[in-house]
Design a protein around this ligand. Sequence first.
Ligand SMILES: *Cc1c(COP(=O)(O)O)cnc(C)c1O
Length: 219
Amino acid sequence: MIADQLKKLKDELPESVTLVAVSKTKPLAMLEEAYAAGQRDFGENRIPEMVEKSAALPDDIHWHMIGHVQTNKVKHMAPFVHLIHAVDSHRLLEEINKQAARNERVIDILIQLRIAQEETKYGLLEKDLMLLAEQAKTEFPHVRVRGLMGMATYTQNTIQLRNEFRRLKKAWNRLANGLYGGSKDFDILSMGMSGDYYIAIDEGSTMVRIGSAIFGARD
Ligand SMILES: *Cc1c(COP(=O)(O)O)cnc(C)c1O
């Protein structure tokens, strides 16, 4: 039961940690069940799917785009997206800023840092983080950087997971005490999924993205 899983998680998570229920690939009925149990933050990784689901569900849901974003699709989510988790390029920032302006709003984003050992195209290398963070802060009035996001390696090795989350938290601290020092808005560290959230929370996560532990395994 989805409601039972949600309750179990809520009991386990510190109150300061936001639970994003990752509902990608899952049918509306399952999201409705989670909504009825009080869940309001949902995460999707494809823009068309998120647009479709948002149109069918109540307006007080916070929609999180947690996956890689194609620049040409930003316009479809710009009117309603709550937080874009995986921003990793100047080009994407530019497009989010443009579409946010068109919708007369400011869109909250997280910068994705690459922390996993696995081969992936997504996420910034640490050496490139400061430059993009500076650009985001100075060039784009319709974008607000709320923090960082990262995905750890898919592994059972808890020492490795801990080290990866620690690196992300360190990078977060540097920004929170440096470029974003004094800003109350830089307050989100999105890390932790079904298999590793308990370690992520130990290492300072403020937002976990949990799918299969709530809705069951995906095909
Ligand atoms: C799918 C996904 C999750 C959730 O994964 P689970 O292992 O099902 O909890 C979290 N974050 C991102 C970026 C994802 O794509």
